[in-house]
Write a protein that binds this ligand. Structure first.
Ligand code: CP
Length: 309
């Protein structure tokens, strides 16, 4: 049984809990029918104060596939937060209706705040530029399914490493596994924040280099994790415009890559992966999307079990 009662941050995921969720997700993939009514009578609340396609819909698909029901909103403008209701009161209210809540909010730490007033487990589905732990579960499951290991790899992470919350969460969870090399590829202005380097990479003695050029590194990589330049986090649109096409992965660049490279992307993409790459067998990002649904099914089951204790 999980030791955690909520999933608020990748910091919450200890190795044992992580592997328990991943193992269950792999069991669900093998025999989904065995899980199709385990959430009968249960309700998931999806409270999305920020836009989402994959995270919200994969949570909803996950609960539906478990036999449960879903309530919620996908736009803060249709909630009473528009009338001035505090997040605390919104969460307190919805947790009277729902058995478990997945929430996305623009403010860093919002999920932690919500967990303090909720009567049910809270799942952080993204809080500002901070973290996105269920995307990390998705990434980890995809890595395990397609690379069959978590160690002894050279992992390139490319794009917006400053604002990309999925990157911060992924590095935190990968710190549980030794023996990998990390190649952090970004424009100078979008380098990984110092606090992540210090608290995650340095604390766990993770080997890394910071570079700006993808072409010079691509042949060394076992995994290439591409990310979008996070337009919504920029204060200056001229800066965004200058940086937005810093990296565009195309077939020509991939001609130098390993045959078993795994190309991941949390999506949505804008220009950073050319659509011609979608037909390359190394492009796993739409398979990754499906992994997201299965791992959220596993997470819902595990958190409900842990809170039933
Ligand atoms: N990966 C991800 O979080 O996608 P959405 O923003 O569409 O949920």
């Amino acid at each position: 049984m999980l030791k955690i009662k909520n999933l608020l941050s990748a910091d919450d995921l200890k190795k044992e809990d992580l592997l328990e969720i991943i193992n269950l997700a792999e069991d669900i993939i093998k025999s989904p029918d065995n899980f199709s009514n385990l959430c009968n009578g249960k309700i998931l609340g999806t409270l999305f104060f920020e836009p989402s396609t994959r995270t919200r819909l994969s949570f909803e698909a996950a609960m539906n596939r478990l036999g449960g029901k879903v309530i919620g909103f996908s736009d803060a403008n249709v909630s009473s937060s528009q009338k001035g209701e505090s997040l605390k009161d919104t969460i307190n209210t919805v947790s009277q209706y729902a058995d478990i809540i997945a929430m996305r909010h623009p403010h860093e730490g919002a999920a932690i705040l919500a967990s303090e007033s909720a009567d049910c487990p809270i799942i952080n589905a993204g809080d500002g530029g901070h973290q996105h732990p269920t995307q990390t579960l998705t990434d980890i499951l995809t890595i395990h399914l397609y690379k069959k290991r978590f160690t002894n790899m050279t992992i390139g992470i490319c794009g917006d490493l400053k604002y990309g919350r999925t990157v911060h969460s992924l590095l935190k969870v990968m710190s549980l596994f030794d023996g990998n090399n990390y190649v952090l590829i970004s424009p100078d202005e979008l380098r990984l924040p110092d606090y992540v380097k210090k608290q995650v990479l340095d604390t766990h003695n993770m080997k890394y280099v910071e570079v700006q050029n993808l072409d010079e590194q691509i042949q060394n990589l076992d995994i290439l994790y591409m990310t979008r330049i996070q337009k919504e986090r920029f204060f200056s649109m001229s800066k965004y415009t200058r940086l937005k096409d810093s990296y565009i992965l195309d077939n020509e660049k991939l001609s130098n890559a390993k045959e078993d490279l795994a190309i991941l992307h949390p999506l949505p993409r804008v220009n950073e992966i050319s659509v011609e790459v979608d037909n390359d067998p190394r492009a796993l990002y739409f398979k990754q999307v499906k992994c997201g649904m299965y791992v959220r099914m596993a997470l819902i089951l595990k958190l409900l079990e842990a809170n039933n204790d």
